[in-house]
Write a protein that binds this ligand. Sequence first.
Ligand code: NAX
Length: 325
Amino acid sequence: MKKPIKVTITGAAGNIGYALAFRVAAGDVFGPDQPVILRLMELPMTMGPLGGVGMEMEDCAFPLVHDVVLTDDPKIGFRDTNYVLLVGAKPRTKGMERKDLITENARIFSTQGRAINEHAARDVRVMVVGNPANTNAMIAAANAPDLPKERFTAMARLDHNRAIGMLAKKTNRLAADVRRMIVWGNHSPTMHPDLTHCTVGGTPALDLVSLDWAIDHMIPTVQRRGAAVIEARGASSAASAAGSVVDHVRDWFLGTPEDDWVSMSVHSDGSYGITEGLVYSFPVTCKNGDYHIVQGLEVTDFGKTRMKVTEKELLEEREVVADLL
Ligand code: NAX
């Protein structure tokens, strides 16, 4: 039997954490033959509900789960861990400015970055979900100087999957038929979903749908999908968000298919003219636990303009947290 992988999930009693922990335990992320040790982390005042998650985890009797640790202590939660899924964050409350949200969360992610640097396994890989996810990942990486910055990524996969779902529905095909979708930039309404290289069942997407549909309907719908789900459900995306975390980490761990790529927010190395050091969503391929930004793709003038808009927003966020970098 393989050696268990240690996986830490913060915010494990929250909406997304609750949906996610059970999928990791079931083998959906690391595969059906890979045992896991779960470290579920919460804030001190949420340890009660986390106890309930722990009971349910036990009640599932997952064959792959070798241990479940419930803790509010980063020293215990991050000790020797191989994968960290940073889901827990402070939610935006009524009257709170975006700038205040960034500042409040920046403190959490700088503290967690330092704790990961100190306690995690040296091969640790980190995925940030808590918003503002891209900037939080940049802060965590900056506060973990002993670990390569490339190991800190943020979730763009929900936006990527939303774009695939919408295109599949419009073309009356399966989501599995859609390849080479791209979402560029920040996880915010400035993100840029791009169909230029996308195919559906082998046919270029833009031969099947009009550019007007993409620009006037698909792009704004993907950009505002999170708000639409809240409006309809009275709660933010949870199952789809957890599913996208599963997809992101599974592909990072097990690799992407030969003929496809995925959107991941990763440390910018200057590819496509994007400022080095920002955490920006690019198309990537993954193999053997590493990812590579897909190079040399043609970008239209419209795409270049939109990629700059979302980059500018990330540069502004970086200004707000400059003292923590
Ligand atoms: P919830 O408020 O339901 O759960 C968050 C949980 O995190 C709470 O139980 C809270 O006690 C815990 N928590 C807060 N700070 C913590 C800390 N320092 N250490 C450990 N636990 C901590 O939010 P939920 O709906 O689960 O969303 C979680 C985060 O994901 C939010 O920031 C949300 O904005 C973000 N999202 C990001 C997405 C993305 O694509 N990047 C999409 C989905 C989601 O909106």
